[in-house]
Design a protein around this ligand. Structure first.
Ligand code: ASN
Length: 570
């Protein structure tokens, strides 16, 4: 429940610090265009009855305090006393750089104990970057920090600055919303979920993947369910170290591998803006190699969609290939949140796997990790959570539950090609070689799916190539059935051979593949160790079948396969 700071016992005054950094809200026309005017805003607000109650200020000696004003009584009979801290110089937010975020963060930290809430007056152009950056920098925030500004200067007759500033002051003075937020056009948004979508409309911001935290209509309605709850509460502090070796790379049709490579070379962290649900061209091996080389050398690349709404998913092969190149799926994070999260995370730790983990984690409500209806065995997060929770206790029955659940969890992780989830299960003490209720091991599943890296991982962690499921199939016969050539080769190298039944059936199978002219099928069976000289059920070999039907090209092909096979010493 979000407490309003009003109530029977609640103090009738609250204090808000307004950090005024610049932006259109305080700009005046000049021959060179709109520019902020130092000192003008506080003097303007002092003269507006809706922003300053002179009588109350005199009566309570607020006049003596520099740049301190007081709002008229709010509906809940509260006085919001606010002090304006004006920056010098005041900036058009297009001129903001990470050092400016650091200054704001420090000012919040220095004044944290003295105020109930903070309002940051800021230009709209880069406000979403600042609100995102501050959301990460402010660790264990317990008070509201609300950014706002306007599309039209507050000094003009018709403007949006008045409503925006008033709303931000009232919400920050009346409610304990422990988040960095952005208030615009009667809506309070989570700061790391917003993006500027309109340069003219008063409704200039959108939070495409998260509802507003509050709406200010006749009443101010707080959406309590989605207000951020700090999972590890602690003492408030601002992390002022940021790494600015980051950049945004937006894909476009025709982008070349060379330009991608050149860009990646200069960066420690990159937001890759991809198409649709996180897709990139996968028919240019050089481009994927450039990405893979960069991630291998420690560059953190995060995949964000160019779409305004929606999430990066693994639905398409074009997206999955990015994951294989080490690119981290950014879910439904905005590019602004992803970029500033990179600045924060890269400065927080040097450890590459820790960096990747932080980028994937939900640090401040910036990413939707799991929707309830996605709770299923093929969800990496779900598998990891179950794996971790099962390892919490070592009581006997929990251990038994863990043993029973590990195989299907590990098989599910193998199915989605998720080495991270397998690693978590292994770290929790799970045996990755156990079979499920049908005796199918993670290696069977990875072989069926053709996940070569997972097969490699499992083999290097003790998985047996000889494990048989209830149908007598081993991982090699599974890989043959689904024609996973590379997996077949790898399994053969590690000692796999066709299991009894398959070995016996090989002759007949080869004959029928030969009869139907299926070269691929023949090749994969021979790669798996089948001998084209083995007779089928009618005593003829595959070679005799193709000779009989006069397919000379296939006779050649089979002869080649056989000579390759004898070359391998089999
Ligand atoms: N250029 C201005 C700024 O971002 C735009 C605005 O505030 N509406 O500072």
């Amino acid at each position: 429940m979000i407490s309003s700071k009003s109530g029977v016992d609640a103090p009738t005054e609250s204090k808000v610090l307004v950090i005024y950094t610049g932006g259109t809200i305080g700009m005046v026309p000049t021959p060179d265009g709109l520019k902020p005017k130092p000192g003008a805003l506080v003097e303007y607000l002092r003269k507006q009855p809706m922003f300053h109650d002179e009588d109350y200020a005199k009566e309570h000696h607020l006049d003596d305090l520099k740049n301190t004003l007081v709002l008229p009584e709010t509906k809940s009979k509260k006085r919001i006393i606010y002090t304006i801290l004006e920056y010098d110089p005041l900036l058009d937010s297009s001129n903001m750089i990470p050092d400016n975020w650091v200054k704001m963060g420090k000012d919040i930290e220095d004044n944290y104990l003295d105020y109930d809430g903070f309002v940051i007056l800021h230009g709209t152009d880069t406000m979403a970057y600042t609100s995102s950056a501050l959301s990460f920098m402010c660790e264990h925030l317990g008070k509201p920090v609300i950014l706002t500004g306007s599309q039209v200067p507050i000094y003009q007759l018709r403007n949006d600055g008045r409503e925006n500033l008033l709303g931000a002051l009232i919400i920050s003075g009346e409610f304990v919303i422990p988040e960095v937020c952005l208030y615009f056009n009667n809506k309070l948004y989570r700061g790391n979920r917003v993006t500027k979508v309109d340069s003219e409309s008063f409704d200039g911001f959108s939070s495409p993947n998260l509802d507003p935290l509050a709406t200010a209509e006749a009443e101010i309605k707080i959406n309590c369910d989605i207000i951020w709850k700090d999972p590890n509460p602690g003492k408030f502090q601002v992390s002022t170290k940021l790494n600015s070796d980051v950049g945004v790379l937006r894909l476009f049709p025709g982008i070349t591998a060379d330009s991608v490579e050149a860009f990646l070379k200069t960066m420690k962290g990159v937001v890759l803006e991809t198409y649709g649900s996180g897709n990139a061209p996968n028919d240019q091996p050089k481009l994927l190699t450039a990405l893979k080389n960069a991630t291998d050398s420690g560059t953190i690349i995060i995949n964000c969609t160019q779409c305004l709404r929606g999430t990066v998913s693994a639905s398409y092969a074009t997206g999955q290939d990015l994951m294989k190149a080490g690119v981290i799926p950014g879910g439904d994070m905005t590019p602004e949140a992803s970029l500033t999260k990179l600045c924060y995370v890269l400065a927080k730790t040097e450890d590459s796997s820790e960096r990747k983990k932080m980028m994937k984690d939900n640090l401040r409500g910036e990413i939707t990790l799991l929707k309830r209806n996605e709770l299923c065995l093929t969800n990496s997060h779900f598998i990891q959570i179950i794996g971790k929770s099962l390892s919490i206790s070592c009581k006997e029955d929990l251990e038994a539950i863990s043993n029973a659940l590990t195989p299907p969890l590990a098989c599910s992780a193998a199915k989605i090609g998720d080495i991270g989830a397998l690693e978590t299960l292994k770290d929790m003490g799970s045996n990755l070689c156990l079979g499920d209720y049908d005796g199918r091991t993670p290696l069977h599943v990875a072989a069926c799916e053709g996940h070569l890296e997972v097969v490699q991982y499992l083999l290097s962690h003790g998985a047996s190539v000889h494990a048989k499921d209830r149908y007598g199939d081993n991982p090699l016969s599974n890989a043959v059935r689904f024609r996973r050539k590379e997996v077949v080769k790898l399994l053969r190298k590690t000692g796999a051979h066709l299991s009894g039944d398959h070995h016996e059936e090989a002759g007949t199978e080869l004959c029928s593949l030969a009869a139907s002219g299926d070269l691929d099928g023949l090749e994969i069976w021979v790669l798996a160790g089948a001998d084209p000289n083995t007779p089928g059920y009618d005593g003829r070999t595959a070679i005799q079948v193709v000779e009989a039907i006069g397919k000379t090209d296939m006779v050649k092909f089979l002869a080649q396969l056989m000579s390759k096979k004898s070359g391998t010493g089999e």
